[in-house]
Design a protein around this ligand. Sequence first.
Ligand code: ADP
Ligand code: MG
Length: 256
Amino acid sequence: MAHVIAVAGKGGVGKTTLCGMLIQYLCEQGKGPVLAVDADANSNLNEVLGVKVETTLGDVREEIARAELSAENPIPAGVSKADYAEMRFEDALTEDDDFDLLVMGRTQGKGCYCYVNGLLQTQLARYQNSYPYFVVDNEAGMEHISRGVLPTMQTAILVSDCSRRGIQAVGRIARLIDECEMHPDTVGLIVNRAPKGELNPGILEEIELQGLHLLGVLPQDEMVYEFDCEGRPTVELPADNPVKTAIRGIVDKLGL
Ligand SMILES: Nc1ncnc2c1ncn2[C@@H]1O[C@H](COP(=O)(O)OP(=O)(O)O)[C@@H](O)[C@H]1O
Ligand SMILES: [Mg+2]
C-alpha cells in the first residue's frame, strides 16, 4: 500500500518547491515509483518537476460528467461509462522515469460529478497498490482528501513561511486534519524561507502556542527563487543546494 504524504499550507509558502525536492529525493533513493499528485487548483508541480501535462483529471471528469449532455457523446457505443472513465484517467497520468504525475485540475460548469468522482476515487485507491509513495501537493483546505476522492495521508507536512500569521494558518490546518478525521500517523511543520536558516524566538513561541511539531527549517535561498523566476525546474538545482540538503535531512529523520 502506498504511503501517502500530504503537503499543505497557504499559497506561496513553498509547498510545490518542497514537493518537487521531496519527490526527487525519494526517487534518488530508489524508493520510486512515486505518484506525484497535484491537488492544488493553481497547479504547477509539473513546472517544478520539469514535465509537461497534456490532460488533467478535471478535464476528464468534466468530459464524463457532461458526456450525455454534449451533442456528440464521446463514449463509444458498447463501452461502459466506467470503462471509458478508467481509460481516460489512465490518459491523464504523465509518466516519467521514476515518478508519474496526476493533476487533479478543476471542474467547472454543469453536470453532476458525484458518479465520476466515485470512479476516480476507486481508481486512485487502486493506484495505491502500484506505488510505494504518493506525494500530494495540496491547497490549504485539502479538499480532495477531505472529500475522500484522494486517500487519506499517513504523513502530513504543513508548510509555513517565517511569520506568526503563517504559523497560525498552519495551526488551523492541523485542526482541520483533526476535525476531518484524517488520522495521519505524523503531522509535522516545516518552516520555509528562514533568513540564514534560523528561526526567530517569536516564531518558535507561536509554534509552541499552536501545539505544532517542528520537523525542520529550510533556509531562504536565492538560487531557488532565481530558478523559479527563470522558469527552470527546481529539480535541476545542484545537489548541494542548501534547501535540498535540508529537505534530505528532514526526510531521513522522518524515516520515509
Ligand atoms: N527556500 C526558498 N528560498 C527562496 N525562494 C523560495 C524558497 N522556497 C520557495 N521559494 C519561492 O517562493 C515562491 C512560491 O513557492 P511555491 O513552491 O510555488 O509555493 P506554493 O506551492 O506554496 O504556492 C516561488 O517563487 C519559489 O521559488
Ligand atoms: Mg503550489
